[in-house]
Design a protein around this ligand. Structure first.
Ligand code: PLP
Length: 389
């Protein structure tokens, strides 16, 4: 046996199970229409929900900062990597989320990894929703606390599990909008339990910021519960169209994380250019809530368009999953859609459970009703053709 045979076997196995993955190469900015694999396609799978990646105001502002501050940050945040732009971005995030303070991490993944492992210690319990994002799961793995998984969005199950660990400190953590199902956390239930049992509450706003709530401020605004979550985490890489992760909350929380979160401490700070893009992206949300409303209109329109064509779809968020089940069939439908110039990602195990493969439609504020109708027609036709095989 060569030292490579284990890897080769594993790759063969993935191919047999339709679980082998490749990267798709894009030759244009991320927007509603893209150049992908050498073809022009309608994109319904981007996380850039507010179509901010290629926004001219954002680019102009970031270019100005690039001229002044250059490209790299030159150090970690606690050495030489904190520019004036980083501090400005943190103030803008705190304002968006109505919090005392905020802290930027290099990615949302690193934020979850650093926050969860810093806030919990041996003897504590982390209560985590079974459908939480992989970065939350990895944050839990980095922590020395015990991990308790509760049934998806099931507050009865959560309370039962909390009561089985009387008097123990810890954290309840959940996605605000679940990344593969597009449903929304039961925030009133979660916050009530956290407060009653003296646990920290933590919500991941990756798919909520810029999407839900009347002005796009996320899960708390959706429920009119501003200020109720202890640890509000999110990312700058989705609706805000840039890159980076963030957390916001009290001064105590932020000072603690600056001192204790290892993924914050031991990595070079992001470029001032991406920080600037995030600042301008957030300003667009705060100054122009019509953009958020347009996205919300598109979500309603798309669910209706799919239902009209017999496709079961419901969502209040930019993520509309169409469950296919079989991994091979999901891949096949994705390929058929490409032939009709639509790009939608098929999502498979291990991102979702085995046998629950799906097409994950995501919308942008700039999709037109005509484009959405075109997608619904194409999807209905491709699902039928894939059926017949
Ligand atoms: C995308 C995502 C992250 C990770 O954010 P990045 O900035 O892409 O690293 C974390 N949590 C959830 C729920 C996500 O969807």
């Amino acid at each position: 046996m060569s030292k490579w045979s284990r890897m080769e076997k594993e790759l063969e196995l993935l191919k047999e199970k339709n679980l082998f993955r490749n990267m798709t190469i894009f030759d244009s900015a991320q927007s509603t229409q893209v150049m992908v694999e050498g073809e022009q396609r309608y994109l319904f799978s981007s996380n850039s929900y507010l179509d901010m990646c290629n926004d001219s105001k954002v680019k102009e502002y970031a270019a100005g900062v690039m001229d002044e501050y250059g490209i790299g940050s030159g150090g970690s945040r606690l050495t030489t990597g904190t520019s004036r732009i980083h501090i400005q971005l943190e103030a803008v995030i705190a304002a968006l989320k109505k919090r005392e303070a905020a802290l930027v991490f290099n990615t949302g993944y690193m934020a979850n990894a650093g926050i969860i492992s810093a806030l919990t210690r041996k003897g504590d319990v982390i209560y985590s929703d079974e459908l939480n994002h992989a970065s939350i799961i990895d944050g839990c793995r980095l922590s020395k606390a015990d991990l308790v998984i509760y049934r998806h969005n099931d507050m009865k199950d959560l309370e039962k599990k909390i009561r089985a660990n009387p008097g123990r400190c810890g954290l309840i953590v959940s996605d605000g909008v679940f990344s593969m199902d597009g449903d929304i956390v039961n925030l009133p239930g979660l916050v009530e339990l956290a407060n009653r049992y003296e646990l920290l509450s933590m919500i991941d706003e990756a798919h909520a910021t810029g999407v839900i709530g009347a002005t796009g401020r996320g899960t708390e605004e959706y429920y009119s519960m501003e200020g109720s979550v202890d640890v509000l985490m999110g990312t700058l890489s989705k609706s805000i169209g840039s890159e980076g992760g963030f957390v916001c909350g009290s001064h105590t929380l932020i000072q603690y994380l600056i001192n204790k979160a290892r993924s914050f401490l031991f990595s070079t700070a992001l470029s001032p250019v991406s920080m600037a893009a995030s600042i301008q992206g957030i300003r667009q949300i705060m100054e122009c809530p019509q953009r958020v409303r347009k996205l919300q209109d598109n979500i309603r329109y798309c669910c209706e368009a799919l239902k009209k064509r017999g496709i079961n779809a419901f969502s209040e968020t930019a993520i509309i999953p169409v469950i296919i089940g079989d991994e091979g069939r999901a891949m096949e439908i994705m390929e058929l859609l490409k032939q009709r110039s639509y790009y939608i990602s098929a999502i498979r195990y291990p991102t979702v459970a085995k046998g629950s493969a799906r097409l994950r439609i995501t919308l942008m504020s700039s999709h037109t009703p005509k484009e959405i109708d075109g997608l619904a027609d194409a999807l209905a036709a491709c699902m039928m053709n894939a059926n017949e095989r």
